[in-house]
Design a binder for this molecule. Structure first.
Ligand SMILES: C[S@@+](CC[C@H](N)C(=O)[O-])C[C@H]1O[C@@H](n2cnc3c(N)ncnc32)[C@H](O)[C@@H]1O
Length: 247
């Protein structure tokens, strides 16, 4: 049987352990209460749900893509501490429920317009308890565009099958978006049987800081990657940032 999109994502993406350790330390650094309630927006197939639950955190996850949502629901199983909801940043409407809201591995980059990003951050702000923290992990497109090289095909095993991911990017210079097409080619047929097309909005740290400042967030911290701990200047392909809703 052809692996699902969730299985392909889980088989091709990196180990989530460094992300979970980073989040644990981020929560400690901001002195968030424990055990905390986290909202994982754009959770994909739910690779963080089990590890976050094992921190004894209460986990609510949201995912708009139906295939990923099904995988995330399967990953959550019958755990009483994990809830999976359909939707994306534009659907966040909880009121002061969460200590931490996260968008890991580019989920926030799916918002294409500055107005959509501003609206999403307002929703996140309202969903956070006073003193709560938002954390976003995004591509740093300024770095990526300066250093752009077409990605090489990447072969991996999924459900016992050899699969090659062919990824290509098109840049819309007018709309400031990048359209990424992922073709998963299966060795047994030599054909792309699964394709995922996603558009990313090109945003910058100054734009996001502007929205966060307007909403009253404070203590904004930036990180170059999951290995970094101190608030750092951005110098590489990722843009990680956290900010606190004042208590
Ligand atoms: C690269 S995946 C990352 C998944 C997961 N956060 C992880 O780290 O494994 C990006 C996810 O963002 C989701 N997404 C798409 N549009 C979104 C939106 N408007 N709001 C939140 N997430 C969105 C996609 O469906 C996809 O699951």
């Amino acid at each position: 049987m052809t692996p699902s999109l969730g299985e392909l994502y889980l088989a091709s993406d990196s180990d989530p352990a460094p992300i979970v350790e980073f989040l644990r330390e981020l929560a400690a650094g901001y002195e968030l209460p424990q055990p905390l309630h986290v909202l994982d927006v754009g959770c994909g197939p739910g690779r963080l749900l089990g590890p976050l639950e094992r921190l004894r955190w209460q986990v609510t996850a949201m995912e708009p893509n139906a295939d990923f949502l099904a995988s995330a629901r399967a990953a959550a199983g019958s755990s009483r501490r994990v809830t999976v909801l359909r939707g994306g940043f534009q659907d966040v409407d909880q009121d002061e429920e969460f200590d931490l809201v996260i968008g890991v591995n580019s989920s926030f980059a799916h918002l294409l317009l500055p107005a959509e990003r501003a609206d999403a951050l307002r929703r996140v702000h309202d969903a956070l308890r006073p003193g709560g923290v938002v954390f976003l992990d995004l591509p740093n497109f300024l770095w990526i565009l300066k250093n752009f090289r077409a990605p090489e095909p990447y072969t991996f095993q999924a459900q016992g099958e050899s699969v090659t991911l062919h990824r290509r990017h098109e840049i819309d210079f007018h709309a400031a978006t990048i359209i990424t097409t992922d073709d998963y080619v299966f060795a047994r047929s030599g054909k792309a049987e699964t394709q995922l097309v996603h558009a990313y909005g090109i945003t910058t740290l100054p734009e996001l800081r502007y929205h966060l400042d307007e909403l009253g967030f404070d203590d904004i911290r930036t990180f170059d990657g999951y290995d970094s701990r101190a608030g750092e200047r951005l110098t590489g392909p990722r843009m990680l940032l956290a900010a606190r809703k004042p208590a």
